[in-house]
Design a protein around this ligand. Sequence first.
Ligand SMILES: [Zn+2]
Length: 607
Amino acid sequence: MGESKKRVSKGEEPRRGTGAVPARLGTYYESTVPDTLDLAERARLGLHHFDSITNASSDYEMSFYGDFRTHPASMGPLATAVLGGCQEKAWEAIAYERLMTGSTQNLDREAKMVDMLASMLAEDGLQWISCDVTKKPWIKIPEPCVGGQEPMMEGMIVWYQYTGDQVWKQRIDRMVEGMEKLVVHKDDYAYIPVIGYIPGEYYQSCYVKRGWKDTSEPVNEKAGEEGSLFNQQGNNPDAMANWYMLTGNEHALRLSGQLVRFYTKPKFWADWEGGEYPHVAGAEHAHWQGHFHGHLQTLKAILRYAIATNDERLKEFIRDGYEWARQAGFARIGYVGDGQGCGTGRLIGLAVMLSYHGVGDYWEDVDQYIRNHGTEMQFTPEDKEFLNRLSEGGSPPQNAPGIFTDDVVDRAIGGYAGSPDKTSFALCCSARGNMGLFYAWDGTVRHQDGTAQINLLLNRASPWLDIDSYLPYEGKVVVRNKTAREVFVRIPLWVDRKAVRCTVGPKEASNRWFDNRLRFTELRPGDVLTIRFPMVEKTEEWVVPRIAGDKGPEMQVHTCKFKGNTLAEISPPLVPGSPLYQRSYFLKNEAPMKKVTRFVSPLTLKW
Ligand SMILES: [Zn+2]
Protein backbone atom coordinates (compact mmCIF):
# COMPACT_ATOMS: atom_id res chain seq x y z
CA MET A 1 0.00 0.00 0.00
CA GLY A 2 1.37 3.35 -1.03
CA GLU A 3 4.55 1.97 -2.54
CA SER A 4 3.43 1.76 -6.15
CA LYS A 5 5.12 5.02 -6.98
CA LYS A 6 5.98 5.56 -10.56
CA ARG A 7 6.61 8.78 -12.30
CA VAL A 8 3.78 9.47 -14.69
CA SER A 9 4.92 12.66 -16.31
CA LYS A 10 7.59 15.28 -16.43
CA GLY A 11 6.73 18.89 -17.06
CA GLU A 12 7.76 21.03 -19.95
CA GLU A 13 9.02 24.60 -19.81
CA PRO A 14 6.30 27.15 -19.13
CA ARG A 15 5.61 30.15 -21.30
CA ARG A 16 6.76 33.29 -19.61
CA GLY A 17 4.39 35.80 -18.16
CA THR A 18 1.16 34.91 -16.54
CA GLY A 19 0.68 31.27 -17.48
CA ALA A 20 3.26 29.44 -15.40
CA VAL A 21 3.03 25.72 -15.81
CA PRO A 22 2.91 23.90 -12.46
CA ALA A 23 4.53 20.84 -13.99
CA ARG A 24 7.82 22.76 -14.11
CA LEU A 25 7.72 23.00 -10.33
CA GLY A 26 7.56 19.37 -9.34
CA THR A 27 7.03 15.70 -10.06
CA TYR A 28 4.04 13.36 -10.12
CA TYR A 29 3.60 9.74 -9.00
CA GLU A 30 0.77 7.39 -8.31
CA SER A 31 0.11 6.13 -4.84
CA THR A 32 -2.52 4.08 -3.03
CA VAL A 33 -3.49 5.94 0.11
CA PRO A 34 -6.25 5.86 2.74
CA ASP A 35 -9.40 7.54 1.44
CA THR A 36 -9.44 10.11 4.22
CA LEU A 37 -9.24 13.90 4.19
CA ASP A 38 -6.83 14.83 1.42
CA LEU A 39 -6.35 18.58 1.12
CA ALA A 40 -4.66 18.28 -2.28
CA GLU A 41 -7.74 16.51 -3.63
CA ARG A 42 -9.92 19.23 -2.10
CA ALA A 43 -7.72 21.80 -3.86
CA ARG A 44 -8.35 20.00 -7.15
CA LEU A 45 -12.06 20.61 -6.58
CA GLY A 46 -11.31 24.25 -5.83
CA LEU A 47 -9.51 24.68 -9.15
CA HIS A 48 -12.47 23.10 -10.92
CA HIS A 49 -14.79 25.61 -9.30
CA PHE A 50 -12.73 28.70 -10.07
CA ASP A 51 -12.33 27.66 -13.68
CA SER A 52 -16.01 26.75 -14.05
CA ILE A 53 -17.29 30.09 -12.80
CA THR A 54 -14.88 32.11 -14.98
CA ASN A 55 -16.96 33.38 -17.88
CA ALA A 56 -14.99 33.73 -21.12
CA SER A 57 -17.96 35.55 -22.64
CA SER A 58 -17.76 38.20 -19.91
CA ASP A 59 -14.11 39.19 -20.17
CA TYR A 60 -13.04 36.33 -17.88
CA GLU A 61 -14.88 37.63 -14.85
CA MET A 62 -16.10 35.18 -12.25
CA SER A 63 -19.68 34.79 -11.14
CA PHE A 64 -20.12 36.11 -7.64
CA TYR A 65 -22.99 34.03 -6.35
CA GLY A 66 -24.78 30.75 -6.95
CA ASP A 67 -28.28 29.91 -5.76
CA PHE A 68 -29.62 26.36 -5.52
CA ARG A 69 -33.09 27.41 -4.41
CA THR A 70 -34.06 28.45 -7.91
CA HIS A 71 -35.16 25.99 -10.58
CA PRO A 72 -32.90 25.47 -12.36
CA ALA A 73 -30.04 26.40 -10.05
CA SER A 74 -28.56 29.72 -11.13
CA MET A 75 -25.45 31.78 -10.74
CA GLY A 76 -24.54 35.39 -11.23
CA PRO A 77 -24.94 38.19 -11.77
CA LEU A 78 -21.55 39.58 -12.52
CA ALA A 79 -21.16 42.15 -9.84
CA THR A 80 -19.07 45.16 -9.04
CA ALA A 81 -17.79 43.32 -5.96
CA VAL A 82 -15.94 40.82 -8.11
CA LEU A 83 -13.16 43.00 -9.48
CA GLY A 84 -10.91 44.73 -7.00
CA GLY A 85 -11.96 42.20 -4.37
CA CYS A 86 -13.16 38.65 -4.57
CA GLN A 87 -11.76 37.62 -7.94
CA GLU A 88 -8.24 38.62 -6.92
CA LYS A 89 -8.64 36.51 -3.78
CA ALA A 90 -9.71 33.57 -5.91
CA TRP A 91 -6.69 34.23 -8.13
CA GLU A 92 -4.41 34.00 -5.08
CA ALA A 93 -6.06 30.71 -4.09
CA ILE A 94 -5.52 29.36 -7.62
CA ALA A 95 -1.74 29.68 -7.30
CA TYR A 96 -1.83 27.85 -3.96
CA GLU A 97 -3.93 25.07 -5.43
CA ARG A 98 -1.80 24.65 -8.54
CA LEU A 99 1.12 24.09 -6.19
CA MET A 100 -0.81 21.65 -4.01
CA THR A 101 -2.03 19.55 -6.94
CA GLY A 102 0.29 20.17 -9.88
CA SER A 103 -2.88 20.44 -11.96
CA THR A 104 -2.28 21.68 -15.50
CA GLN A 105 -5.95 21.82 -16.51
CA ASN A 106 -7.31 24.95 -18.17
CA LEU A 107 -4.05 26.90 -18.00
CA ASP A 108 -4.90 28.78 -21.21
CA ARG A 109 -8.18 30.09 -19.86
CA GLU A 110 -6.46 30.93 -16.60
CA ALA A 111 -3.76 32.92 -18.45
CA LYS A 112 -6.42 35.02 -20.17
CA MET A 113 -8.10 35.68 -16.83
CA VAL A 114 -4.76 36.72 -15.33
CA ASP A 115 -4.08 39.03 -18.29
CA MET A 116 -7.46 40.66 -17.70
CA LEU A 117 -6.63 41.29 -14.03
CA ALA A 118 -3.19 42.67 -14.90
CA SER A 119 -4.71 44.94 -17.56
CA MET A 120 -6.42 46.89 -14.78
CA LEU A 121 -3.07 48.11 -13.46
CA ALA A 122 -2.49 51.71 -14.52
CA GLU A 123 0.64 53.83 -15.01
CA ASP A 124 0.40 55.02 -11.40
CA GLY A 125 0.75 51.42 -10.21
CA LEU A 126 -2.79 51.22 -8.85
CA GLN A 127 -5.54 48.86 -9.91
CA TRP A 128 -8.35 50.93 -11.44
CA ILE A 129 -11.82 49.56 -11.93
CA SER A 130 -12.74 50.62 -15.41
CA CYS A 131 -16.25 51.73 -16.28
CA ASP A 132 -15.95 51.12 -20.01
CA VAL A 133 -19.58 50.10 -20.40
CA THR A 134 -19.03 48.93 -23.94
CA LYS A 135 -16.73 46.26 -22.53
CA LYS A 136 -18.23 45.68 -19.09
CA PRO A 137 -21.86 46.85 -19.07
CA TRP A 138 -22.46 45.09 -15.76
CA ILE A 139 -20.11 47.40 -13.88
CA LYS A 140 -22.42 50.09 -12.67
CA ILE A 141 -20.08 52.88 -11.71
CA PRO A 142 -20.18 56.35 -13.23
CA GLU A 143 -16.40 56.74 -13.58
CA PRO A 144 -13.18 54.76 -13.11
CA CYS A 145 -12.20 54.37 -9.51
CA VAL A 146 -9.68 52.73 -7.23
CA GLY A 147 -11.05 50.12 -4.89
CA GLY A 148 -9.08 48.06 -2.41
CA GLN A 149 -5.54 47.44 -3.61
CA GLU A 150 -4.59 44.72 -1.17
CA PRO A 151 -6.38 41.78 -2.83
CA MET A 152 -4.45 42.46 -6.04
CA MET A 153 -1.21 43.11 -4.18
CA GLU A 154 -1.55 39.92 -2.15
CA GLY A 155 -2.37 37.98 -5.30
CA MET A 156 0.63 39.44 -7.12
CA ILE A 157 2.94 38.59 -4.20
CA VAL A 158 1.88 34.95 -4.38
CA TRP A 159 2.06 34.86 -8.18
CA TYR A 160 5.54 36.42 -8.07
CA GLN A 161 6.71 33.55 -5.88
CA TYR A 162 4.78 30.89 -7.79
CA THR A 163 5.91 31.92 -11.28
CA GLY A 164 9.26 33.51 -10.44
CA ASP A 165 8.38 36.12 -13.03
CA GLN A 166 10.02 39.50 -12.35
CA VAL A 167 7.19 41.37 -14.02
CA TRP A 168 5.15 40.85 -10.83
CA LYS A 169 7.93 42.39 -8.75
CA GLN A 170 7.93 45.51 -10.91
CA ARG A 171 4.16 45.76 -10.67
CA ILE A 172 4.12 45.33 -6.89
CA ASP A 173 6.90 47.89 -6.37
CA ARG A 174 4.93 50.33 -8.51
CA MET A 175 1.74 49.67 -6.57
CA VAL A 176 3.53 50.40 -3.28
CA GLU A 177 4.56 53.79 -4.70
CA GLY A 178 1.02 54.37 -5.96
CA MET A 179 -0.42 53.72 -2.49
CA GLU A 180 1.04 57.06 -1.34
CA LYS A 181 -1.70 58.73 -3.36
CA LEU A 182 -4.40 56.99 -1.35
CA VAL A 183 -3.16 57.49 2.21
CA VAL A 184 -3.41 60.56 4.39
CA HIS A 185 -0.42 61.06 6.69
CA LYS A 186 -0.86 62.43 10.19
CA ASP A 187 1.63 62.42 13.08
CA ASP A 188 3.25 58.98 13.09
CA TYR A 189 0.35 57.19 11.39
CA ALA A 190 -1.56 57.08 8.12
CA TYR A 191 -5.12 56.29 7.14
CA ILE A 192 -7.18 55.65 4.05
CA PRO A 193 -10.42 57.67 3.92
CA VAL A 194 -13.66 55.72 3.77
CA ILE A 195 -16.14 58.19 2.30
CA GLY A 196 -16.05 58.86 -1.41
CA TYR A 197 -17.86 59.61 -4.61
CA ILE A 198 -19.33 56.43 -5.85
CA PRO A 199 -22.76 55.19 -4.79
CA GLY A 200 -23.40 51.51 -4.22
CA GLU A 201 -22.24 49.45 -1.30
CA TYR A 202 -18.85 48.43 -2.57
CA TYR A 203 -17.90 51.78 -4.00
CA GLN A 204 -18.80 54.18 -1.25
CA SER A 205 -15.18 54.84 -0.54
CA CYS A 206 -13.40 55.16 -3.80
CA TYR A 207 -10.61 57.30 -5.00
CA VAL A 208 -11.37 58.73 -8.45
CA LYS A 209 -9.36 60.83 -10.94
CA ARG A 210 -10.15 64.01 -8.97
CA GLY A 211 -9.00 62.40 -5.74
CA TRP A 212 -10.95 61.79 -2.54
CA LYS A 213 -14.18 63.62 -1.95
CA ASP A 214 -13.55 63.73 1.75
CA THR A 215 -10.27 63.04 3.54
CA SER A 216 -11.51 63.22 7.12
CA GLU A 217 -10.17 60.64 9.54
CA PRO A 218 -12.48 57.69 10.31
CA VAL A 219 -13.76 58.05 13.87
CA ASN A 220 -14.71 54.44 14.49
CA GLU A 221 -14.47 50.99 12.96
CA LYS A 222 -18.03 50.95 11.65
CA ALA A 223 -17.54 52.95 8.46
CA GLY A 224 -16.88 51.69 4.97
CA GLU A 225 -18.24 48.83 2.93
CA GLU A 226 -20.35 46.39 4.91
CA GLY A 227 -20.10 48.78 7.86
CA SER A 228 -16.48 47.93 8.62
CA LEU A 229 -13.35 49.98 8.10
CA PHE A 230 -11.31 46.86 8.79
CA ASN A 231 -13.17 44.87 6.16
CA GLN A 232 -12.62 47.55 3.58
CA GLN A 233 -8.92 48.14 4.04
CA GLY A 234 -7.53 46.33 7.08
CA ASN A 235 -5.30 43.91 5.21
CA ASN A 236 -3.19 46.55 3.46
CA PRO A 237 -0.39 46.32 6.05
CA ASP A 238 -0.31 42.55 5.54
CA ALA A 239 0.64 42.67 1.88
CA MET A 240 3.15 45.47 2.40
CA ALA A 241 4.93 43.95 5.39
CA ASN A 242 5.12 40.64 3.54
CA TRP A 243 6.56 42.41 0.50
CA TYR A 244 9.20 44.01 2.72
CA MET A 245 10.14 40.60 4.15
CA LEU A 246 10.40 39.10 0.68
CA THR A 247 12.30 41.87 -1.09
CA GLY A 248 13.42 44.43 1.49
CA ASN A 249 11.17 47.20 0.12
CA GLU A 250 11.50 49.76 2.95
CA HIS A 251 8.76 51.98 1.62
CA ALA A 252 6.32 49.09 1.91
CA LEU A 253 7.34 48.48 5.53
CA ARG A 254 7.03 52.18 6.40
CA LEU A 255 3.51 52.39 4.98
CA SER A 256 2.56 49.16 6.68
CA GLY A 257 3.70 50.52 10.04
CA GLN A 258 1.89 53.83 9.59
CA LEU A 259 -1.37 52.01 8.87
CA VAL A 260 -0.84 49.57 11.76
CA ARG A 261 -0.41 52.49 14.17
CA PHE A 262 -3.80 53.75 12.96
CA TYR A 263 -5.60 50.40 13.11
CA THR A 264 -4.36 49.66 16.63
CA LYS A 265 -5.84 52.88 18.06
CA PRO A 266 -8.08 52.06 21.06
CA LYS A 267 -11.09 53.72 19.38
CA PHE A 268 -11.38 50.74 17.01
CA TRP A 269 -11.38 48.03 19.70
CA ALA A 270 -13.68 46.97 22.55
CA ASP A 271 -16.22 49.36 21.09
CA TRP A 272 -19.56 47.77 21.87
CA GLU A 273 -22.31 49.60 23.68
CA GLY A 274 -22.54 47.42 26.78
CA GLY A 275 -18.97 48.18 27.80
CA GLU A 276 -16.30 45.71 28.92
CA TYR A 277 -16.18 43.03 31.59
CA PRO A 278 -15.08 44.45 34.98
CA HIS A 279 -11.31 44.74 35.39
CA VAL A 280 -10.61 44.15 31.70
CA ALA A 281 -9.00 46.74 29.43
CA GLY A 282 -10.40 45.21 26.26
CA ALA A 283 -8.84 47.63 23.79
CA GLU A 284 -5.38 46.58 25.00
CA HIS A 285 -6.24 42.94 24.35
CA ALA A 286 -7.79 43.17 20.89
CA HIS A 287 -11.30 42.51 22.13
CA TRP A 288 -13.79 43.43 19.44
CA GLN A 289 -17.29 43.12 18.06
CA GLY A 290 -18.55 43.57 14.56
CA HIS A 291 -17.45 42.40 11.15
CA PHE A 292 -15.79 39.01 11.62
CA HIS A 293 -13.82 38.93 8.36
CA GLY A 294 -12.73 42.51 8.69
CA HIS A 295 -11.33 41.95 12.17
CA LEU A 296 -9.67 38.66 11.29
CA GLN A 297 -7.86 40.10 8.28
CA THR A 298 -6.77 43.14 10.26
CA LEU A 299 -5.46 40.94 13.08
CA LYS A 300 -3.46 38.96 10.51
CA ALA A 301 -2.16 42.17 8.95
CA ILE A 302 -1.01 43.57 12.29
CA LEU A 303 0.62 40.23 13.08
CA ARG A 304 2.54 40.35 9.79
CA TYR A 305 3.90 43.78 10.66
CA ALA A 306 4.71 42.58 14.19
CA ILE A 307 6.72 39.72 12.69
CA ALA A 308 8.50 41.98 10.21
CA THR A 309 9.59 44.33 13.02
CA ASN A 310 9.72 41.78 15.85
CA ASP A 311 7.27 43.76 17.96
CA GLU A 312 6.41 41.43 20.84
CA ARG A 313 3.68 43.62 22.27
CA LEU A 314 1.81 43.59 18.99
CA LYS A 315 2.26 39.82 18.77
CA GLU A 316 0.60 39.40 22.16
CA PHE A 317 -2.16 41.77 21.10
CA ILE A 318 -2.92 39.53 18.14
CA ARG A 319 -2.77 36.35 20.22
CA ASP A 320 -5.45 37.85 22.48
CA GLY A 321 -7.48 38.92 19.46
CA TYR A 322 -7.34 35.43 17.95
CA GLU A 323 -8.44 33.79 21.19
CA TRP A 324 -11.21 36.34 21.51
CA ALA A 325 -12.36 35.53 17.96
CA ARG A 326 -12.93 31.90 18.85
CA GLN A 327 -15.17 32.59 21.87
CA ALA A 328 -18.31 33.12 19.79
CA GLY A 329 -20.00 30.23 17.99
CA PHE A 330 -18.60 26.71 18.20
CA ALA A 331 -14.83 26.84 17.82
CA ARG A 332 -14.46 23.10 18.52
CA ILE A 333 -15.39 22.64 14.84
CA GLY A 334 -14.39 26.06 13.49
CA TYR A 335 -17.98 27.30 13.26
CA VAL A 336 -17.41 30.93 14.15
CA GLY A 337 -17.98 34.38 12.76
CA ASP A 338 -21.08 34.87 10.64
CA GLY A 339 -21.51 31.32 9.40
CA GLN A 340 -20.04 32.01 5.96
CA GLY A 341 -17.64 29.56 4.34
CA CYS A 342 -14.87 32.14 4.31
CA GLY A 343 -14.69 32.64 8.09
CA THR A 344 -13.06 29.34 8.98
CA GLY A 345 -10.47 29.75 6.22
CA ARG A 346 -9.44 33.05 7.72
CA LEU A 347 -9.30 31.59 11.23
CA ILE A 348 -7.08 28.75 9.98
CA GLY A 349 -4.75 31.26 8.34
CA LEU A 350 -4.36 33.28 11.54
CA ALA A 351 -3.90 30.19 13.74
CA VAL A 352 -1.25 28.73 11.43
CA MET A 353 0.61 32.02 11.22
CA LEU A 354 0.60 32.49 15.01
CA SER A 355 1.93 28.94 15.38
CA TYR A 356 4.65 29.35 12.72
CA HIS A 357 6.03 32.33 14.56
CA GLY A 358 5.87 30.91 18.06
CA VAL A 359 3.19 33.32 19.29
CA GLY A 360 1.16 30.29 20.32
CA ASP A 361 0.75 26.60 19.53
CA TYR A 362 -2.62 26.38 17.81
CA TRP A 363 -2.17 23.17 15.85
CA GLU A 364 -4.93 21.43 17.80
CA ASP A 365 -7.26 24.27 16.81
CA VAL A 366 -6.22 23.98 13.17
CA ASP A 367 -6.83 20.22 13.26
CA GLN A 368 -10.33 20.82 14.63
CA TYR A 369 -11.11 23.50 12.05
CA ILE A 370 -9.81 21.74 8.97
CA ARG A 371 -11.40 18.36 9.74
CA ASN A 372 -14.74 20.05 10.22
CA HIS A 373 -16.00 23.44 9.11
CA GLY A 374 -12.90 24.27 7.06
CA THR A 375 -13.77 21.44 4.65
CA GLU A 376 -17.41 20.64 5.41
CA MET A 377 -18.53 23.96 3.93
CA GLN A 378 -16.93 23.04 0.60
CA PHE A 379 -19.21 21.60 -2.07
CA THR A 380 -18.09 18.11 -3.07
CA PRO A 381 -19.51 15.67 -5.65
CA GLU A 382 -21.38 13.98 -2.77
CA ASP A 383 -23.45 17.19 -2.37
CA LYS A 384 -24.90 16.99 -5.88
CA GLU A 385 -27.94 14.98 -4.87
CA PHE A 386 -28.77 17.41 -2.07
CA LEU A 387 -28.30 20.42 -4.36
CA ASN A 388 -30.45 18.98 -7.13
CA ARG A 389 -33.17 18.23 -4.60
CA LEU A 390 -33.01 21.79 -3.25
CA SER A 391 -33.53 23.15 -6.71
CA GLU A 392 -36.61 21.02 -7.45
CA GLY A 393 -39.75 23.02 -6.86
CA GLY A 394 -37.81 26.28 -6.63
CA SER A 395 -38.96 29.47 -8.29
CA PRO A 396 -37.46 30.38 -11.67
CA PRO A 397 -34.25 32.41 -11.53
CA GLN A 398 -34.16 36.09 -12.23
CA ASN A 399 -33.92 36.79 -15.93
CA ALA A 400 -31.10 39.30 -16.05
CA PRO A 401 -27.86 39.71 -17.97
CA GLY A 402 -25.09 37.64 -16.45
CA ILE A 403 -27.41 35.02 -14.91
CA PHE A 404 -26.28 31.54 -15.92
CA THR A 405 -28.29 28.38 -15.46
CA ASP A 406 -26.25 25.75 -17.28
CA ASP A 407 -24.57 23.08 -15.13
CA VAL A 408 -24.58 25.32 -12.05
CA VAL A 409 -24.57 22.39 -9.61
CA ASP A 410 -21.47 20.94 -11.25
CA ARG A 411 -19.78 24.33 -11.44
CA ALA A 412 -20.34 24.83 -7.70
CA ILE A 413 -18.30 21.77 -6.78
CA GLY A 414 -15.14 22.96 -5.07
CA GLY A 415 -16.68 26.25 -4.03
CA TYR A 416 -17.71 27.15 -0.48
CA ALA A 417 -21.18 27.71 0.89
CA GLY A 418 -22.28 31.19 1.84
CA SER A 419 -24.27 29.85 4.80
CA PRO A 420 -24.41 26.62 6.84
CA ASP A 421 -27.61 25.47 5.12
CA LYS A 422 -25.50 25.08 1.95
CA THR A 423 -28.14 26.68 -0.26
CA SER A 424 -25.75 29.03 -2.04
CA PHE A 425 -22.12 29.68 -2.85
CA ALA A 426 -20.38 33.04 -2.82
CA LEU A 427 -17.07 33.97 -4.39
CA CYS A 428 -15.69 35.47 -1.16
CA CYS A 429 -16.41 32.18 0.59
CA SER A 430 -14.96 30.08 -2.22
CA ALA A 431 -11.78 32.13 -2.29
CA ARG A 432 -11.11 32.27 1.45
CA GLY A 433 -12.36 28.74 2.03
CA ASN A 434 -9.93 27.38 -0.54
CA MET A 435 -7.12 29.44 0.97
CA GLY A 436 -7.90 27.73 4.27
CA LEU A 437 -7.18 24.39 2.59
CA PHE A 438 -3.76 25.69 1.59
CA TYR A 439 -2.89 27.13 5.00
CA ALA A 440 -3.59 23.78 6.68
CA TRP A 441 -1.82 21.85 3.91
CA ASP A 442 1.21 24.13 4.22
CA GLY A 443 1.26 23.67 7.98
CA THR A 444 0.85 19.89 7.90
CA VAL A 445 4.56 19.29 7.46
CA ARG A 446 7.47 21.73 7.74
CA HIS A 447 11.08 21.05 7.00
CA GLN A 448 14.48 22.58 7.60
CA ASP A 449 18.01 21.14 7.29
CA GLY A 450 16.99 17.50 7.45
CA THR A 451 14.49 17.93 10.30
CA ALA A 452 10.81 17.58 9.51
CA GLN A 453 7.95 18.55 11.78
CA ILE A 454 4.54 16.98 11.27
CA ASN A 455 1.88 19.19 12.83
CA LEU A 456 -1.30 17.62 11.49
CA LEU A 457 -2.00 13.93 10.95
CA LEU A 458 -3.42 14.37 7.44
CA ASN A 459 -2.62 12.81 4.08
CA ARG A 460 0.17 14.85 2.51
CA ALA A 461 2.91 14.43 -0.06
CA SER A 462 6.09 16.46 0.29
CA PRO A 463 9.69 16.36 -0.96
CA TRP A 464 10.85 15.25 2.49
CA LEU A 465 8.29 12.62 3.45
CA ASP A 466 4.77 11.47 2.64
CA ILE A 467 2.03 10.99 5.23
CA ASP A 468 -0.73 8.39 4.88
CA SER A 469 -3.38 9.10 7.50
CA TYR A 470 -6.02 6.53 8.42
CA LEU A 471 -7.79 8.97 10.77
CA PRO A 472 -10.56 9.08 11.80
CA TYR A 473 -11.34 5.47 10.82
CA GLU A 474 -8.23 4.02 12.47
CA GLY A 475 -5.67 5.45 14.87
CA LYS A 476 -2.88 4.85 12.40
CA VAL A 477 -0.46 7.10 10.57
CA VAL A 478 2.26 5.93 8.18
CA VAL A 479 5.16 8.25 7.41
CA ARG A 480 7.20 7.34 4.32
CA ASN A 481 10.55 9.01 4.68
CA LYS A 482 12.36 10.46 1.69
CA THR A 483 15.09 12.85 2.85
CA ALA A 484 14.52 13.63 6.54
CA ARG A 485 17.06 12.52 9.15
CA GLU A 486 14.93 13.54 12.08
CA VAL A 487 11.13 13.80 12.39
CA PHE A 488 8.92 15.29 15.09
CA VAL A 489 5.28 14.19 15.01
CA ARG A 490 2.68 16.18 16.94
CA ILE A 491 0.15 13.85 18.54
CA PRO A 492 -3.39 15.26 19.01
CA LEU A 493 -4.66 16.13 22.49
CA TRP A 494 -7.29 13.37 22.64
CA VAL A 495 -4.76 10.55 22.13
CA ASP A 496 -3.80 8.52 25.22
CA ARG A 497 -0.02 8.80 25.09
CA LYS A 498 0.52 5.63 27.09
CA ALA A 499 -1.23 3.65 24.35
CA VAL A 500 0.87 4.98 21.45
CA ARG A 501 2.93 2.32 19.61
CA CYS A 502 5.55 3.12 16.98
CA THR A 503 7.56 1.07 14.53
CA VAL A 504 10.39 2.06 12.21
CA GLY A 505 10.27 -0.51 9.42
CA PRO A 506 9.50 -3.85 11.05
CA LYS A 507 11.12 -2.85 14.35
CA GLU A 508 9.32 -1.59 17.44
CA ALA A 509 10.60 1.87 18.39
CA SER A 510 10.59 3.36 21.86
CA ASN A 511 8.54 6.53 22.27
CA ARG A 512 10.60 9.64 22.82
CA TRP A 513 8.30 12.50 23.77
CA PHE A 514 9.16 16.17 23.43
CA ASP A 515 6.10 17.79 24.97
CA ASN A 516 3.30 16.67 22.69
CA ARG A 517 5.61 15.49 19.91
CA LEU A 518 7.20 12.16 19.19
CA ARG A 519 10.79 12.29 18.03
CA PHE A 520 12.46 9.94 15.54
CA THR A 521 16.16 10.23 14.71
CA GLU A 522 18.82 8.64 12.48
CA LEU A 523 16.28 8.05 9.77
CA ARG A 524 17.28 6.91 6.30
CA PRO A 525 15.59 7.44 2.94
CA GLY A 526 12.88 4.84 2.47
CA ASP A 527 12.28 4.28 6.20
CA VAL A 528 8.62 3.74 7.02
CA LEU A 529 7.37 4.95 10.42
CA THR A 530 4.06 3.63 11.65
CA ILE A 531 2.32 5.24 14.61
CA ARG A 532 -0.73 3.54 16.14
CA PHE A 533 -3.07 4.53 18.94
CA PRO A 534 -6.68 3.78 19.89
CA MET A 535 -9.29 6.07 18.34
CA VAL A 536 -11.57 7.83 20.81
CA GLU A 537 -15.28 8.13 20.12
CA LYS A 538 -17.20 10.57 22.29
CA THR A 539 -20.69 12.00 22.45
CA GLU A 540 -20.55 15.61 23.64
CA GLU A 541 -23.20 18.19 24.36
CA TRP A 542 -22.43 21.73 23.32
CA VAL A 543 -24.40 24.93 23.76
CA VAL A 544 -23.98 26.75 20.48
CA PRO A 545 -25.03 30.41 20.38
CA ARG A 546 -26.80 31.45 17.22
CA ILE A 547 -24.43 32.97 14.77
CA ALA A 548 -25.23 36.41 13.36
CA GLY A 549 -27.63 36.14 10.43
CA ASP A 550 -28.60 32.53 11.06
CA LYS A 551 -32.06 31.23 11.81
CA GLY A 552 -32.97 29.25 14.92
CA PRO A 553 -32.96 29.83 18.68
CA GLU A 554 -30.44 32.10 20.36
CA MET A 555 -28.87 29.22 22.27
CA GLN A 556 -29.22 25.63 21.17
CA VAL A 557 -27.93 22.45 22.76
CA HIS A 558 -26.48 20.10 20.15
CA THR A 559 -25.53 16.49 20.67
CA CYS A 560 -22.30 15.84 18.79
CA LYS A 561 -20.62 12.54 18.07
CA PHE A 562 -16.87 13.05 17.67
CA LYS A 563 -14.29 10.55 16.57
CA GLY A 564 -11.00 12.14 17.54
CA ASN A 565 -11.45 15.71 16.32
CA THR A 566 -13.82 14.73 13.52
CA LEU A 567 -17.49 15.56 14.01
CA ALA A 568 -19.36 12.59 12.53
CA GLU A 569 -22.94 13.42 13.59
CA ILE A 570 -24.77 16.40 15.04
CA SER A 571 -28.34 16.67 16.27
CA PRO A 572 -30.18 18.93 15.74
CA PRO A 573 -28.31 20.32 12.71
CA LEU A 574 -26.43 23.61 13.11
CA VAL A 575 -29.27 25.44 11.36
CA PRO A 576 -32.60 24.03 10.16
CA GLY A 577 -32.21 22.00 6.97
CA SER A 578 -28.43 22.03 7.05
CA PRO A 579 -26.86 18.95 5.42
CA LEU A 580 -23.57 19.42 7.29
CA TYR A 581 -22.01 16.68 9.45
CA GLN A 582 -24.01 13.70 8.29
CA ARG A 583 -20.85 11.65 8.27
CA SER A 584 -21.62 8.49 10.21
CA TYR A 585 -19.44 6.57 7.71
CA PHE A 586 -16.51 7.86 9.77
CA LEU A 587 -17.71 5.62 12.61
CA LYS A 588 -16.47 2.55 10.68
CA ASN A 589 -13.19 1.13 11.88
CA GLU A 590 -11.37 0.46 8.65
CA ALA A 591 -10.20 3.17 6.27
CA PRO A 592 -11.08 2.59 2.61
CA MET A 593 -8.15 2.95 0.21
CA LYS A 594 -7.88 4.81 -3.08
CA LYS A 595 -5.39 5.51 -5.82
CA VAL A 596 -4.30 9.12 -6.27
CA THR A 597 -1.72 11.04 -8.24
CA ARG A 598 0.50 12.79 -5.80
CA PHE A 599 2.46 15.88 -6.74
CA VAL A 600 5.47 17.26 -4.90
CA SER A 601 7.24 20.53 -5.39
CA PRO A 602 10.22 21.86 -3.43
CA LEU A 603 8.76 25.36 -3.76
CA THR A 604 7.34 26.79 -0.54
CA LEU A 605 5.44 30.06 -0.57
CA LYS A 606 5.78 32.85 1.97
CA TRP A 607 2.21 33.89 2.66
ZN1 LIG B 1 -17.88 34.69 2.29
